[in-house]
Design a protein around this ligand. Structure first.
Ligand code: PMV
Length: 311
């Protein structure tokens, strides 16, 4: 007996960080990268669950890991949500093509894939809402105080308009558009950038609240433009969002260099995506220019690029 489930990566198109402070944000799934969990029955005593995650060099029994280890915690949470005390022995195999700690949602995608594969394995598949809420609990271990945007966009695998603590709104993309994603190759745990923004916000609340409000205006305009199919309006809005993220102090020399390189090679706009400092940036391009912009990114030092269509 074997079950398997996959979940996509994601980008934050607009509104990261401000979303932690109650402002709206827009996030989109990236299906070119995926996390996959496969659960295989094992002949062993009930409760004996082995995790195999070769991508991160993990091979361990769940019971040998600390209870707050993100993977152990997510596995325990599934059984506890289902009221299963002695789960059947199994191996949970995890693979992911989503780079870790880079703002593409690898942690949330692994959680969603594991929750779905495990709950199907015990023949009690959970609803999207339940999957989302368990993935959010796991995100807290990765992130500290997450807004919940990552687990939501990844669970539902569709473009979303998101405000913390509220039901998300699916966003209808009237006209598809192309995004080139460039990876600085610098790992940057979101937990750290979120904590840093919090310190700065505490030290100068007025200034930061003003930046968050300006970002909220950008997000609302972007949402209207996406709904109206007005793609050309999105480029300048991305540039504006990037300027505000720089003011906030979460950009970096590398992110600035990559965003600049895409603009020079014909992108309509560009910004960092996710926690910032390192990780990924995104550029809006005309479809025909995607390859040229991706090449410019590599020349400017990007470790890898992904071209994705938002629809
Ligand atoms: O996981 P990341 O790096 O895409 O960051 C998520 C976006 C933040 O707004 C920075 C944090 C959050 O919890 O919303």
């Amino acid at each position: 007996m074997m079950t398997t489930a996959s979940a996509p990566g994601k980008i934050i198109l607009f509104g990261e960080h401000a979303v932690v402070y109650g402002r709206p944000a827009l996030a989109m799934p990236v299906t070119q990268v995926q996390a996959t969990a496969t659960v295989i029955k094992r002949v062993a005593l009930p409760g004996d669950i082995q995790i195999e995650a070769p991508d991160v060099g993990l091979s361990a029994n769940v019971n040998a890991l600390p209870r707050d280890h993100p993977l152990a915690a997510v596995i325990h949470s599934v059984f506890s949500a289902l009221g299963i005390d002695r789960p059947p022995a199994c191996t949970v195999h995890i693979e992911s093509t989503i780079p870790v700690a880079s703002g593409l949602g690898s942690g949330a995608a692994v959680s969603v894939a594991v929750i779905r594969a495990l709950s199907s394995f015990v023949e009690r598949p959970l609803s999207d809402q339940q999957v989302n809420s368990l993935a959010f609990e796991a995100e807290r271990l990765y992130h500290g105080a997450p807004s919940g945007i990552d687990n939501t966009v990844i669970t539902y695998a569709r473009p979303i308009f998101f405000i913390k603590g509220q039901p998300f709104e699916p966003v209808r993309v009237a006209w598809p558009f192309t995004i080139v994603i460039g990876d600085t190759g610098i790992p940057s745990p979101t937990k750290e950038t979120v904590a840093e923004v919090r310190r700065k916000w505490q030290a100068d609340t007025e200034r930061y609240e003003k930046i968050f409000d300006q970002i909220a205006v950008v997000v609302h305009e972007a949402r209207q433009s996406i709904k109206a199919g007005n793609v050309s309006a999105l480029g300048p809005l991305m540039d504006e969002n990037q300027a505000l993220l720089r003011d906030m102090g979460v950009s970096s020399v590398e992110l600035d260099r990559l965003t600049e390189a895409t603009r020079k090679s014909g992108a309509m706009g560009a910004k960092l995506s996710g926690g910032g400092r390192g990780g990924n940036m995104i550029a809006l391009v005309e479809k025909e220019k995607a390859a040229v912009v991706a090449e410019a990114l590599i020349n400017a030092g990007a470790k890898r690029t992904i071209i994705t269509q938002i629809r």
